[in-house]
Design a protein around this ligand. Sequence first.
Ligand code: UDP
Length: 238
Amino acid sequence: MLPKYKRILLKLSGEALVGDVKNGDPFDPKIIEQYAQDIKLVTNLGVQVAIVIGGGNIYRGMNEAESGIERAHGDYMGMLATVINAMAMQAMLEKIGVYTRLQSAINMEQVAEPYIRRKALRHLEKGRVVIFGAGTGNPYFTTDTAGSLRAIEMKADVILKGTRVDGIYNADPEKEPNAKRFETISFQECINQNLKVMDMTAFTLCMENQLPIIVFDMNKPGNLLKVVEGMNVGTLVQ
Ligand code: UDP
């Protein structure tokens, strides 16, 4: 089957990497391997893949009152956490034979290239998976915003938000057994119904730049391929 999308930006949550691990490790190698295998399947179709990973499994800088650490300082710590996840993802992808490049928005040349937009575009054209670490490089942002920003910069066809839920519902499916999943929904409807797809900064960037978002369950093996093939998986916001 021909893929529906030629270039994607995959936003992975840091928190989802924890999986079933209960010993305090930040990630479950089984989850990272499953993600890597799913990414390989879509690169085999010739789809160009860029990735932004969160850092919530290691550190989240948001809560100054609890941590006693100034917000901006904590945010930089959070950005460094995303680089650790990005390196883990990179290692797993390379292990299964997928070529990758890691670019970081905070310079650390021993482990990652600096973020250079035109260079990232060339990597994608050459079929390398490009992982963007350190979010936007700025405090007061999230990795969802980094994902939207990089997707627009890379002229990706779509941003795929891989989560542990299979889309956007009209109510919380864990509380409301009759909650209904949307197959597609407009940006405006999300605002009208106060549906939390991404934080407002990230969401607005997508809306203003007509970048469609697909929210889907990344923890189900094979789902990413289905999304890329245009099958009815998750929720499409456009
Ligand atoms: N962060 C930031 N600027 C960015 C991206 C991330 O300051 O552009 C910080 C912020 O503190 C955030 C943390 O990095 O809480 C980890 O990212 P996020 O919470 O988005 O990860 P996820 O929820 O996807 O695991």
